[in-house]
Design a protein around this ligand. Structure first.
Ligand code: PEP
Length: 265
């Protein structure tokens, strides 16, 4: 029996506008209303585009026990950073979550381990919980560089956490404030899910590596989510694995019907 409460998250990327988002949560509420008890077993988060983060959509999402989070945050609180989002302002808006280091940011927009780490640190020091994404490309897996890549990505995570813990903003910090999402790039949006064995093996490796760097207590309590073509058909098997503590769902989170099935998996 796993002691870590699962986190079931959806990443809408640049999909669904405010009117669609409102309707989505109304439909999700209806779909979940037959099974109100399950919500207590997990935490639910949706990362919609930024125009869906206001209080009205927070309110309709809240009726389904879904929290909202930003898909990215900048490492400064304010300044001349066109199109970036301030973690502090998001917190002031009533939000508690952000995502950093998503592979689409890394591959399409030049995000690096260093910038992902800086964003993580800023989110934590602004009082947000930050889901840190990592994972190898197919080339990295096939050339046997997978573990080196994971270690490089997690080094930026560990360095950000060390700075946060050494600061005076870290009062009640725990590993639940900085969950990790393992998302093999070759499985994102491709319909190709990692097998449950491949995913479990990666998650075990991540937990062991972090246990060496940050201690067993931290690593044992850390939620490690899997992402990459999760669907209602494969979610339950993935979530049964001992080191998989949740899912980050892209495509299948865009329809309330399929996301509801994953939430109830
Ligand atoms: C994602 O974008 O984080 C993701 C996992 O997408 P998908 O579920 O569509 O593969």
């Amino acid at each position: 029996m796993k002691s870590r409460k699962p986190i079931l998250a959806g990443n809408w990327k640049m999909n669904l506008g405010p009117a669609e988002a409102g309707l989505y949560f109304q439909q999700l509420e209806t779909l979940l209303s037959n099974d109100p008890t399950r919500s207590l077993d997990s935490e639910r988060v949706i990362f919609p585009p930024a125009y869906n983060l206001g209080s009205e959509i927070q309110w309709v999402a809240g009726k389904c026990q879904v929290q909202l989070g930003a898909q990215n945050i900048h490492w400064e609180s304010t300044g001349a950073f066109t199109a970036e989002l301030s973690a502090k302002a998001l917190k002031d808006l009533g939000l508690n979550w952000a995502l950093v280091g998503h592979s689409e940011r890394r591959q399409l927009f030049g995000e690096t381990n260093q910038t992902a780490g800086k964003r993580l640190l800023k989110g934590l020091s602004s009082g947000l919980r930050v889901l840190f994404c990592m994972g190898e490309t197919l080339g990295e897996r096939e050339s046997g560089r997978m573990e080196t890549v994971w270690a490089e990505q997690l080094t930026s995570y560990v360095e950000a956490l060390a700075k946060h813990v050494a600061s005076d903003q870290a009062n009640d910090f725990s590993s639940r404030h900085a969950p990790v999402a393992y998302e093999p790039v070759w499985a994102i949006g491709t319909g190709k899910t990692a097998t449950t064995e491949q995913a479990e093996e990666a998650h075990r490796w991540i937990r062991n590596w972090l246990s060496e760097k940050l201690g067993a207590t931290f690593a044992e309590a850390l939620p490690v989510l899997y992402g990459g073509s999760v669907t209602p058909d494969n979610a339950a098997a993935l979530l049964k694995q001992p080191n998989i503590d949740g899912v980050l769902v892209g495509g299948a989170s865009l329809k309330p019907e399929s996301f509801a099935k994953i939430l109830l998996a």
